[in-house]
Design a protein around this ligand. Structure first.
Ligand code: NDP
Length: 257
């Protein structure tokens, strides 16, 4: 494998969750462009079908699986399909997530649960279903990748974002542990920690204070694009098998923290 060939991911099978918009969508396109066969997973089937068509138009290969990652049975069925149709995944971009800030005293318990269900339990459903495939692929081919989308919120302090930030702290800490555990089996584990990226993530926010803060941040700086993050995922997956970028923090140049 070389970072210098035009298609450094040729022969690889990449599963991307949260692929119907934002960072996941851009990363699916990037990985397909680098030669991987890509499995795109999210709930909105139509968006996935459009993405597959776009990838195929450009000469890439993609398969859509509409599934809710908070449903363990649906995720297991998706993994079975990837095994049967593509021989298993060797790259997993575990990226689906939701951010719903609100002052803790508002007791927005449904939104707390939604974030925990997706960002923590959904993430684990996907890890549980696909890790056996990653380990098998690494044993056969010498490398596989588990890339989890965390956030700068994993470490930094954002009042009213406590629950979201705590779910992302989970993602980063989990990733560091899994790297230590799976590295011995040639599975590289990375956590990507972006600052603000312009995606649909912000459109789900309902809290007035957070919406005002986001509007101010939009005026104050140029946000990252999903393609900026996709570039990073493509880069780390194409590195030689001995190199594991453990944690990548990617900030808008103008964002202080
Ligand atoms: P988007 O809202 O654009 O993407 C979220 C994706 O997750 C969508 O494809 C959505 O698809 C999917 N998704 C949501 N719920 C489920 C579910 N239950 N099952 C399967 N898929 C689901 O936001 P981003 O691209 O920004 O978010 C991607 C990741 O990046 C998230 O983990 C987010 O926390 C993280 N992040 C984002 C930052 C930003 O500023 N944008 C900064 C730091 C981290 P569908 O609705 O079709 O299921």
């Amino acid at each position: 494998m070389s970072t210098h060939t035009a298609k450094p991911l040729a022969g690889r099978v990449a599963v991307v969750t949260g692929a119907s918009s934002g960072i996941g969508e851009a990363t699916a396109e990037k990985l397909a462009g680098l030669g991987a066969r890509v499995v795109v997973l999210a709930r909105r089937a139509e968006r996935l079908a459009d993405l597959v068509a776009r990838i195929e138009q450009r000469g890439g290969s993609a398969v859509a699986i509409a599934a809710d990652v908070t449903d363990p049975a649906a995720v297991r069925a998706a993994a079975d399909r990837v095994a049967a149709e593509l021989g298993g995944a060797d790259l997993l971009f575990n990226n689906a997530g939701v951010m719903l800030p609100a002052p803790v005293e508002e007791l927005a318990t449904a939104q707390w649960q939604q974030q925990i269900d997706l960002n923590v339990s959904g993430l684990m459903n996907v890890i549980g279903a696909f890790t056996p495939q990653l380990v098998a692929a690494a044993a056969e081919r010498g490398v596989a990748d588990l890339v989890n989308t965390s956030s700068i919120a994993a470490l930094n302090i954002f009042p009213t974002f406590a629950v979201y930030s705590a779910t992302k702290a989970y993602v980063t800490h989990l990733s560091r542990h899994l790297r230590a555990e799976l590295g011995a089996k040639q599975v590289r584990v990375s956590a990507i920690e972006p600052g603000i990226v312009g995606t649909e993530l912000q459109s789900h926010v309902t809290d007035r204070g957070a919406l005002d803060w986001l509007a101010g941040a939009k005026d104050a700086m140029e946000w990252l694009t999903p393609e900026d993050v996709a570039e990073t995922v493509g880069f780390l997956a194409a590195l030689p098998p001995r190199v594991n970028l453990q944690q990548v923090t990617i900030m808008p140049t103008g964002q202080a923290s």
